[in-house]
Design a protein around this ligand. Sequence first.
Ligand code: NAD
Length: 332
Amino acid sequence: MMLTAVFDTKPYDRDYLAAAAAGRPLQLVFHESRLTADTARLADGMAAVCAFVNDRLDRPCLATLAAGGVRHVAMRCAGFNNVDLAAARELGLAVTRVPAYSPYAVAEHTAALVLALNRRIHRAFNRVREQNFSLAGLVGFDLHGKTCGIVGTGKIGRVAAEIFRGFGMRVVAYDPMPQPEWALQRGVEYLSFDDVLAASDILSLHLPLTPETHHLIDATTVARLKPGAIIVNTSRGKLIDTTAVIDALKQGQLGGLAIDVYEEEEGLFFEDLSDTVLQDDEFSRLLVFPNVLITAHQAFLTREALGEIARVTVDNLVRGSRGEPFLPDTLL
Ligand code: NAD
C-alpha cells in the first residue's frame, strides 16, 4: 500500500478521494491542516503528498517533504502558482496537477456571479427573508446586447465566452495565444488587451497567475475600463490589486466586482471564521460594498469536478508508486 498524506482536506475532499481510492493500492492519510513548511513533517515516511490551492509549497516546505522520503507531489487543482517548481526539480520531486477537470464548473460559476451581482440576487434574497419586498436599489441591466471581455481563452475562458454569447452578448477577448478558428466559429472577436478593457461592460478573468500577470488589474488598467464596468474574477486573487479596485469602486469607475478568489485568501477561504475578528481591513471593506459579491473559491465545487479531480489524482498517485508514466499533460 502506498502511503499518501493529503493536506487541507474538507469532508467533500475526503468523500470523493476515498471513493476514488477504494480498491486501489493506496492508503490516504487525511489532514485538515494546510501544507506549509511548518506542517510538512506530517508527511514523514510517506511516498507522496496531495495538496490544494492555498497550501504553500515553497522551497523549505518541499525540502522537508523530500527529506522525509516524499517523491511525488500531486496537486488536486489546475493552478500551481503556489509550488516552487524549480525547487521541486532540484529536490527530485515529481509534481503533477489536474489540468482540466470541469471547465464548465468554473465557467458556470462565473456566469452565476455575473447574474447574481447584476440583478442583485444576493441583496434580494436577504430582503425577502426579512419581508422587505421593496425593489429600490435592485435595478440591473440586460446582458443582451452588452459587451463581455474575456481575458484568457483557455479551457475555462472559452466555455465562459460561449455562455455569454448565449445571453446575446458581444464577446471580445484577449489572449497572447489566441484560438482564431474557435473565435470565428463562436462569433468571438480578439482585440488588444487595452481595447478589451475599453469595450467591456463585463470583464472576466480566465488566465493563470504568473509573475507577468500579477496585478494585471491595477490602478492603470482599471482606469482604462469603460466607466461603470463590472469585473468578475474566478481565476486567482493576485491578478487584481485589491487597493486599486477598492478606490475604483469608491469613485464609481468600477460598477461592480464579483470574485471567487481574493489576493490574500490563504488562511481565510475554506475556513469557518465566523467566531473570529477579521484582521484583513481590505477584505472587510469589500464586504460592505453593495456592488461587491464574494464567494470563497467555490467555482470548482461541482460533483462532476470533484469526481474528476479525485479520479485523476488517485490514478496519478498509483502510477507514481509503480514508476509508470503519469496521465498525459499532468506532469509539471
Ligand atoms: P488554461 O491554461 O486552459 O488557459 C489559460 C489561458 O490564459 C491560456 O489560453 C493562456 O494563453 C492565457 N493567458 C496566459 N497569459 C495571459 C495574459 N497575460 N493575458 C491573457 N491571457 C493569458 O487554463 P484554464 O483551465 O482555462 O484555467 C484558467 C485559470 O482558472 C487557472 O489558471 C486557474 O488559476 C483558475 N481556476 C480557478 C478555479 C476556481 O475554483 N476558482 C478552478 C480552476 C481553475
